[in-house]
Ligand binder design. Structure first.
Ligand code: IPM
Ligand code: MN
Length: 359
């Protein structure tokens, strides 16, 4: 099969982790006789530096006209510490999500037996943790009206949701639940927020069409605690934009490193695949960042291309590296491998050269 992919390296460690995912995609293409073509585009601080615009028109154009987008990371400290900055890297990603109408962000959380000792939680809490966070991605407080009064002493961000916005992401989440452990937890703050009460009402209505899925409702404060206390209870978590952002970072702690976690953003336009970690500028360019989140995002892209065998092989290769302690510095600060070496190892495994690699 022939597929065109827009690659947005972005900022910080984005380029080096994305390069490993491309290595892996190339290995898959070779092994399964596919042809993947890449178009490199700018976004984020990198794009501001080069063009003054965090999301140049050519980037949107390319994304709209290709089969998928592979994205690295976004953000630079010089903007984080300047609250008055008018142009910010993150605006690029938010505008891209909106332009491609990527209303659902899918974040799987799995724990690896080989890495259990790295989690601050005891192993008994981590076995069989396997859930997916469905985060609404184009609505809520992220996209509501933002205001700062003229005297600079009053600021507001509106949180708005409409029924269709909730319905479309909910249907997707229910469909996943049906194919999995048939449990869906809506995380909200319905004891306080009107938007949350609308979410609850709509989920209750939709649930009647998915009778085999057990639905429960959890306030976000309690959910934050439950993710740590008893993560096994979850199958699908469905939640709005901001809560999803926060609890997915929290859930990443269960796995041992946020560097391991992938995501897929899907909706109406071209789907986008990115690791959930940030740009981690402190180690940018040092070849020490963890590329697994990006590599597993490429695996999610292969699933989206309806290439399940290909996706499975990538996941097998990743499992093999972790089980054999081929890991980056975030996982083992003493016996660590470089970013590029991990990419090579995963690609080599795919090329069936495991014995050469080990010997
Ligand atoms: C994420 C990130 C983004 C978000 C930022 C970079 C805008 O934290 O993808 O989780 O908040 O959505
Ligand atoms: Mn985030």
């Amino acid at each position: 099969m022939k597929k065109s992919i827009t690659v947005i390296n972005g900022d910080g460690i984005g380029p080096e982790v994305t390069a490993q995912a491309i290595k892996v995609l190339d290995a898959i293409a070779g092994h399964f006789h596919h042809e993947f073509n890449y178009t490199y585009c700018l976004m984020g601080a990198d794009a501001i530096d080069k063009t003054g615009n965090p999301l140049p028109d050519e980037t949107i154009e390319s994304c709209l006209n290709t089969d998928a987008v592979l994205f690295g990371a976004i953000g630079h400290p010089k903007y984080d510490n300047d609250p008055s900055a008018k142009v910010r890297p993150e605006q690029g990603l938010l505008k891209l999500r909106k332009s491609l109408q990527l209303f659902a962000n899918i974040r799987p959380i799995n724990t690896y037996i080989a890495l259990q000792h790295l989690s601050p939680l005891k192993a008994k809490y981590l076995e069989n943790v396997d859930f997916i966070i469905f985060r609404e991605l184009t609505g809520g407080i992220y996209f509501g009206k933002k205001e700062l009064s003229e005297d600079g002493n009053r600021a507001s961000d509106d949180c708005v949701y409409t029924t269709p916005e909730i319905e479309r992401v909910a249907h997707l989440a229910f469909q996943y639940a049906q194919k999995r452990k048939k449990k869906l937890t809506l995380v909200d703050k319905a004891n306080v927020l009107e938007t949350s009460r609308l979410w609850r009402k709509i989920i209750q209505q939709i649930a009647t069409a998915y009778k085999e899925v057990a639905v429960d409702y959890m306030f976000v404060d309690n959910a934050s605690m439950q993710i740590i206390l008893n993560p096994k209870q979850f199958d699908i978590i469905l939640t709005e934009n901001m809560f999803g952002d926060i609890i997915s970072d929290e859930a990443s702690v269960l796995t041992g490193s946020i560097g391991l976690l992938p995501s897929a953003s899907v909706g109406i336009g071209t789907a986008l695949f990115e690791p959930i970690h940030g740009s981690y500028p402190l180690v940018a360019g040092k070849d020490t960042a963890n590329p697994i989140g990006s590599i597993l995002s490429a695996a999610m892209m292969l699933d989206y291309f309806q290439m399940p065998e290909e996706a499975k092989l990538v996941r097998q290769a990743v499992d093999w590296t972790l089980e054999n302690r081929f890991v980056t510095k975030d996982i083992d600060t003493i016996n660590f491998y470089f970013t590029s070496t991990i990419g090579d190892l995963v690609a080599e495994y795919i090329n069936n050269k495991i014995s050469d690699v080990v010997n």
